[in-house]
Design a protein around this ligand. Sequence first.
Ligand code: ATP
Length: 214
Amino acid sequence: MGRRIGVLGGTFDPVHIGHLRGALEVAEQFALDELRLIPNSQPPHRGVPSSSAADRLAMVQCAVADLPPLTVDARELGRDRPSYTIDTLESLRAELSADDRLYLLLGWDAFCGLPGWRRWEELLEHCHILVLQRPDADMEAPEALRDLLAGRSVSDPQALLGSSGQIAFVWQTPLEVSATQIRQLLASGRSVRFLVPDAVLAYINAHGLYRAPN
Ligand code: ATP
């Protein structure tokens, strides 16, 4: 029986309770042996992160230090080019057994943007995709994804077959917190206590991250 490994990519600028709680719920629901948080180096779809790759990595390490099965995977930070998910999946697959199950976690918004991703049609050759969906979300998928959804989605997430190739929706009530909100609070001198783990807050304070320049 192969292992079950989930991956959640993100800027994690900084990592917060929304990421961690969502990841933990998926890990429990799918009985994952490991759920790897993968900080992006230079996300192709968005601007330059506010804090350095080393700081973002250190904060995720602080966050998951006592939180199995959550772990951190730094492979994208070693690259000097944009982080493409297909490259990450290929490199992960090269380290796994053929019967290990790989689950790529994507928010609904990210999933809808899939047709703009590099070699997106190959993603399912390496993993299953779990689309994290909010109960109140608009369910209209873009035209380019209709065929994929018709052919590959399963209604029962627990019925995913094999080590890759299918799409399932996971319904979560997310915590209304974002890294943008946390950066703004810190820049205006306000507290982010309880929005990030205490260890992450200690790191932010020790390194003076996200403070407005004097
Ligand atoms: P920013 O505000 O800087 O855009 P963010 O808080 O959305 O950042 P990312 O690092 O971009 O964080 O997110 C990585 C992944 O975590 C994405 O797939 C995103 O959908 C998911 N995510 C972000 N915030 C939450 C949340 N509050 N609850 C559940 N999942 C979340």
